[in-house]
Design a protein around this ligand. Structure first.
Ligand code: F6R
Length: 337
């Protein structure tokens, strides 16, 4: 049931704090997690294999570990023929459904090359989990909207748990994840409704960030394309001057996700001076008339940034009279090549 919400997507966005709590408590009690951590800690390289939203979660994991000296290579599953593994490499397959054909094909190939396969899926005994050496589960609960929302944040939570265990970090910070999500849902929904009225008529937009915010910007662009049919592009903010800024003219919408305090100041000024309409999510003030504040806690930034990107896509979709639960041309589980 939609539990009083008009769409599954909106319900599932609001279910995120609970889903994350479930994911963390299940995974903290799962012995397979320690096995996976051991395997990954001893790995030569870790290849993260995923598609779509799951790939964006994988980018967060990759960045965190790469910054600590590990070699993590996030890969879009359908591009697997461009990669070769060797002895000592480990595959981390991420798939909400556990049935995505691109991911299945990639892990089959890497298994043949001798790699150990670890998977995180949301569906117990999914095909991908059955084909894995170590099976991990998010247990975020079923997701009925086609767009991945609560399962994305659960995936991120599961990956942050793994990375903290791999790095021997304390895990206490993760117990705030659901509160950060709750505060962001509460604090951004009204504003996202307002922003949606401008974006309804936008033919095109940019979603920009850097660092830990970048996978979130990529995810924001995917969501708004997927459920609201707005052409959206995302790339690291520093790249604007290397080409994409040429597209920007008066009123061109640019959403900035600021992963820290004023980390995007120069990039925002650059866009403003070309007449872009700036929508700002972050902690700085006075950046634009369209700004919303989120609580950025170190290590938990994705949980502050996920609600506004998901809610914005939702409200633009509904504002256009579309059904966000059923985007055209898409299936929840992609079992074709
Ligand atoms: C976007 C979305 C898709 C999936 C992708 C992978 O909202 O849902 O991009 O993330 O098809 O699906 P899974 O995670 O089931 O392998």
């Amino acid at each position: 049931s939609k539990g009083g919400y008009s769409h599954f997507m909106l319900k599932e966005i609001h279910d995120s704090p609970l889903a994350v709590k479930e994911t963390l408590s299940t995974m903290m009690a799962d012995d397979s997690v320690d096995k996976a951590v051991k395997v990954m800690s001893q790995a030569n390289r870790i290849f993260v294999v995923a598609a779509g939203t799951s790939y964006h979660a994988g980018l967060i994991f990759g960045r965190e570990l790469n910054m600590s000296g590990f070699t993590v290579i996030p890969m879009i599953a359908s591009e697997y023929p461009s990669y070769r593994t060797r002895a000592g490499d480990v595959i981390l397959a991420l798939s909400q459904s556990g049935e995505t054909l691109d991911v299945k094909m990639a892990i089959k190939e890497f298994k043949n090359e001798g790699s150990t396969i670890i998977s995180i899926t949301n569906v117990i005994e999914s095909t991908i989990s059955r084909e894995s050496d170590v099976k991990l589960y998010m247990r975020a609960g079923p997701e009925l909207g086609v767009a991945a929302t609560k399962t994305f944040v659960s995936q991120v939570a599961s990956l942050l748990l793994l990375k903290s265990k791999i790095l021997g970090e304390k895990l206490d910070y993760l117990s705030h994840a659901h509160e950060v999500l709750e505060a962001s849902l509460e604090g951004t929904e009204g504003q996202m409704k307002k922003w949606s009225s401008t974006l309804i008529s936008a033919p095109s937009m940019y979603y920009l960030s850097k660092g830990v915010g970048l996978p979130m910007a990529l995810e924001g662009a995917l969501k708004i394309k997927e459920v609201a049919y707005v052409h959206a592009e995302s790339y690291p903010a520093g790249e604007s001057k290397h080409g994409p800024i040429a597209l920007v003219s008066e009123g061109f919408p640019v959403v900035f996700l600021d992963p820290g305090i004023d980390e995007l100041k120069v990039n925002i000024e650059e866009m403003k001076s070309r007449g872009a309409r700036i929508f700002y999510v972050g902690t700085s003030k006075g950046i634009s008339k369209d700004e919303v504040e989120v609580r950025l806690e170190k290590g938990l930034e994705p949980f502050a940034l996920a609600p506004p990107i998901q809610l914005l896509a939702y409200y633009v979709s509904v504002g256009k009279g579309l059904d966000p639960d059923r985007p055209r041309n898409l299936a929840k589980t992609v079992t074709v090549e």
